[in-house]
Ligand binder design. Structure first.
Ligand SMILES: Nc1nc2c(ncn2[C@@H]2O[C@H](COP(=O)(O)OP(=O)(O)OP(=O)(O)O)[C@@H](O)[C@H]2O)c(=O)[nH]1
Length: 347
């Protein structure tokens, strides 16, 4: 287990912040070890206290940021603080080294940190500004013949490498972000109908109920089941049955609000979660769904109907999510056994 988890027990491996937090802690620990060792060497072995000053400054900054994140500080602020600390040390080093060519090499460590911690957009301009400034500064030193350590040819090579580095990191960060977004989407989507899957419905319902508790608002759910769907499969085949489910979800998406969540509960059962919706509004939505589905010729002129059970969470101190779903299920059962093609709520 990562040691920092004891300061942030709520961030587990599934949390999107996990990698970023890991990286922040790794960078801070490396900075502390690095600046501590090099600063001490600069004083004891190399007799360079003016450089050691910046090493200890880096050490102090790293320890302060570590303290800040341990105390629950904002990770975005911490990421920026890490990048500003690294950039400050690098710039101080470039100035102190008076044009020695190795100082430029160090500047190339900035882009990977900037891209990983700040993302593609901010990583790009921060890297471009720091690398651009260092190139310009070195060019002035060569021009004014302050340095004999760096040739114009070497500086241009540095500029080419730095530019390539920024473009490569941009490209890498782009593909990484796209792959991550795709993965996130796949993890919460039902592959056939492209509505949310059951796992995401569970998470959404918990989040919506917590929000409703804070705002003291009702939440309604509509549990919906296709009537006699087995007959559709038996008569037209499974592939057509699949298309019917896909088309049904199109109708449902067009009928519900943007703030509602639609997902597949299982088989030919779907759940709609409606924040800030009372029992009466849920019944109206259910009725609209029934009518829209009935009116739509779904596939090859196949007409289907659906039955719906609704239930409403009112934050009266006794309701639970399980009870809410159980009530919706019981009402769906009554709708089925009362003749189908209808919506039923609390008796
Ligand atoms: N084509 C297709 N069929 C599915 C899918 N998931 C579940 N089914 C079918 O849905 C049917 C559900 O049948 P039942 O549970 O008997 O319900 P029903 O025929 O809809 O009858 P009622 O719900 O009582 O109106 C079964 O034939 C399942 O095979 C799917 O993804 N694609």
């Amino acid at each position: 287990m990562k040691f920092w988890r004891k300061y942030h027990p709520d961030i587990d491996a599934a949390d999107p912040r996990y990698k970023q937090v890991s990286l922040i802690y790794s960078i801070l620990l490396i900075m502390i070890a690095y600046f501590g060792i090099i600063g001490t060497l600069n004083i004891t072995l190399f007799d360079a206290p003016e450089i050691a000053f910046f090493d200890y400054l880096g050490l102090t900054l790293a320890v302060s940021i570590l303290w800040f994140v341990n105390k629950g500080g904002n990770f975005k602020v911490a990421s920026w603080a890490v990048i500003i600390a690294i950039a400050t040390i690098l710039l101080a080093f470039v100035h102190l080294a008076e044009g020695r060519n190795y100082s430029l090499m160090w500047v190339t460590i900035l882009p990977p940190f900037a891209f990983f911690l700040l993302g593609r957009r901010d990583g790009s301009w921060v890297s471009a500004i720091i690398l651009g400034y260092c190139s310009w500064y070195m060019y002035q030193l060569i021009n004014q013949q302050v340095t004999a350590n760096l040739s114009l040819g070497a500086l241009f090579n540095f500029i080419e490498v730095a530019t390539a580095q920024v473009f490569l990191f941009r490209f890498y960060e782009n593909s990484r972000q796209e792959a991550y977004d795709q993965l996130q989407k796949t993890a919460i989507t039902d592959p056939l109908t492209k509505v949310f899957n059951r796992l995401h419905l569970d998470n959404t319902l918990s989040a919506v109920i917590s929000q409703a508790n804070r705002a003291n608002q009702p939440v309604s759910v509509l549990l919906l089941d296709v009537d006699h769907f087995k007959d559709v499969n038996d008569k037209y085949g499974h592939l057509i049955g699949d298309k019917v489910l896909i088309k049904l979800c199109d109708v449902l998406r067009d009928t519900i609000r943007e703030t509602d969540s639609l997902g597949r509960w299982g088989g030919e059962e779907f759940l709609v979660i409606c924040p800030n919706t009372n029992q009466q509004q849920a019944m109206q939505l259910g009725q609209r769904i029934i009518e829209n589905v009935r009116a739509e010729a779904i596939e090859n002129n196949i007409h289907i109907t659906v039955s719906i059970g609704t239930a409403t969470y009112t934050n009266n101190g006794t309701d639970t999510i399980d009870q809410l779903l159980l009530s919706a299920d019981e009402n769906l059962y009554r709708a089925k056994h009362g003749g189908r093609d209808q919506v039923l709520g609390m008796p």
